[in-house]
Design a protein around this ligand. Structure first.
Ligand code: ADP
Ligand code: MG
Length: 330
């Protein structure tokens, strides 16, 4: 059983950045207003995510670590996933590939903690915590040396973690994020995004300025359009502000960062008349729709999506961007 858990876990947790993604998504799901992420040695020895969200009651701590116990998929509505979670697999998977400690306090309960290492869950113990949750993952892949071998340098893994945190931060302007590197016993803040208040576009623009740079937001057009139940919004840069590589295209579906060929193809198509083949548009675009219109379960890593009607999503992107570009004199 432990072996099966580790194999399944490998699907969900490919590298430290995927563990960070799962833990931060859980904090977002918990309604956190502030999320602090600490890592050491590229996340290989330590990943700690502290949030001020709803917390977990002591009696629910073992359930949080049990495979599929928290599954949001009950078979009747396979496509109806409202929050980030993927079938309640993240924490069991992390507990199978590292030493995971959850310390948490839900309103009206005492704080408690639970530990799991190599898939073995220890009993819940009392703990001290004012509110929220601290999820600490140490020694990732210590029980799976084969995977350890495939990890890249601390530097590369640290970079991948920063990318994940920034992407999640882009999608949640009202949440404050900090990322600290604790390597070598230090504590160095490497990324910070303070919670943005205000109307959607004001908050989003401020957050994107902080993450992608003010030169992007100063050169970007506001996109806001709907079609057949899909809403597209975000910022897309003028053709003059393009890049030599497609490195600054950020796409989100229902608040979740995705990498999807169809969507990037649509983005490219919208700019086709204005950019030569070796230039790439810069954009941060969000599609929101009813969960039933999009399947996010294509892969456990959840970066691909499948729209029930891909033509609508494609058409919406192309027409909204062309309209905005035309309005800006293109
Ligand atoms: P999923 O997110 O798909 O439900 P996870 O394994 O990621 O599965 O998490 C299991 C459960 O543990 C969650 O459904 C949630 O109830 C609880 N949980 C995990 N992290 C947190 C957190 N930071 N704050 C509150 N509850 C959490
Ligand atoms: Mg989750």
């Amino acid at each position: 059983d432990a072996a099966i858990n580790r194999i399944a876990a490998g699907e969900v947790v490919e590298r430290p950045a995927s563990a960070v993604k799962e833990l931060v998504e859980n904090a977002i799901d918990a309604g956190a207003a502030r999320i602090a992420i600490e890592i050491a040695d590229g996340g290989k020895t330590l990943i700690r995510v502290t949030d001020d969200g709803c917390g977990i009651a002591p009696g629910d701590l073992p359930l949080a670590l049990a495979r599929h116990a928290t599954s949001k998929i009950d078979g009747t509505d396979l496509l109806d996933i409202h929050s980030f979670g993927f079938r309640g697999e993240a924490l069991p998977s992390l507990g199978a590939v590292g030493r995971l400690t959850l310390t948490s306090r839900a309103p009206g309960h005492d704080a408690a903690m639970i530990r799991v290492a190599g898939g073995t869950i220890e009993p819940v113990k009392p703990a001290a915590l004012r509110a929220g949750t601290v999820a600490e993952l140490r020694d990732l892949f210590y029980a799976t040396p084969a995977r350890l071998k495939f990890m890249r340098s601390d530097r590369a893994e640290t970079q991948a973690i920063a990318d994940v945190v920034k992407r999640l931060a882009m999608a949640e302007p009202s949440v404050g994020f900090t990322l600290r590197d604790m390597s070598g016993g230090g504590s160095r803040e490497t990324f910070r995004a303070d919670a943005e208040q205000g109307e959607l576009f004001d908050a989003l623009t401020a957050r994107l300025a902080g993450v992608m740079g003010r030169d992007f937001t100063d050169n970007a057009l506001r996109i806001d359009a709907t079609r057949d139940g899909l809403r597209l919004y975000g910022l897309a840069a003028l053709p003059t502000y393009s890049r030599g590589a497609a490195v600054a295209q950020f796409l989100f579906v229902n608040g979740r960062p995705v990498r999807d060929r169809m969507l990037t193809g649509a983005l490219r198509g919208a700019y086709a008349d204005f950019l030569s083949r070796d230039r790439h548009p810069v954009a941060a675009l969000f599609i929101d729709c009813a969960p039933s219109l999009v399947d996010v379960n294509v892969h456990p890593a959840k970066s691909e999506v499948r729209f029930r009607d891909p033509g609508t999503a494609r058409g919406l992107i192309v027409s909204a961007l062309r309209h905005a570009l035309a309005g800006a004199g293109h």
